[in-house]
Design a protein around this ligand. Structure first.
Ligand code: DQA
Length: 160
């Protein structure tokens, strides 16, 4: 790889926001719509892309039901990206492995939940992700993702 290619790749990554979705979020729109709403994950991706591009950012958007896949994506964006928005789904409340991966990150992390987890069952009140998160969104519905992307753009602009 030439120096110019390396610089271009680095520049692209610096402008990229990773939005990461955990288990069952592939069923958004069908899954308990009274809690999670009618929008699909593709709808959310499109809204996040519009928001990211409005701020000169590039969007990487992924979902997996597998813990190891989520960890691999965190590793891919842990350094040099504009930040990570993560809705780890139920792994939020159980996964020390995801917390350990997030603790390796040098970039801001926004934890995002569609529902207000604090109004729900007690087991949803504890979040391992929160122990590594820069900021937390909960209860804003799917609009929370858009606000989280906007916040990462704001943090990038605020950097010296
Ligand atoms: C969720 C809340 C979690 O408790 C739940 O397991 C999810 C979705 C949310 O977006 O509100 O899968 O993260």
């Amino acid at each position: 790889m030439t120096d110019t290619e390396t610089a271009t790749e680095t520049n692209l990554k610096t402008r990229t926001v990773l939005v990461l979705n955990g288990p069952n979020l592939n069923l958004l729109g069908q899954r308990q719509p009274e809690i999670y709403g009618a929008e699909t994950l593709s709808d959310v991706e499109a809204r996040c892309r519009t928001e990211a591009e409005a701020h000169g950012l590039t969007l990487a958007f992924h979902q997996s039901n597998a813990e190891h896949a989520l960890i691999d994506w965190i590793h891919a964006y842990r350094v040099g990206s504009a930040g990570i928005v993560i809705n780890a789904g139920a792994y939020t409340h159980t996964s020390i492995a995801i917390l350990d991966a997030l603790n390796t990150c040098e970039v801001p992390i926004v934890e995002c939940h569609i529902s207000n987890v604090h109004r729900r069952e007690a087991f949803r009140h504890h979040s391992y992700v929160s122990l590594a998160a820069t900021a937390v969104m909960a209860g804003f519905g799917t609009h929370g993702y858009v606000l989280a992307v906007r916040h990462l753009a704001h943090l990038r602009d605020a950097r010296p």
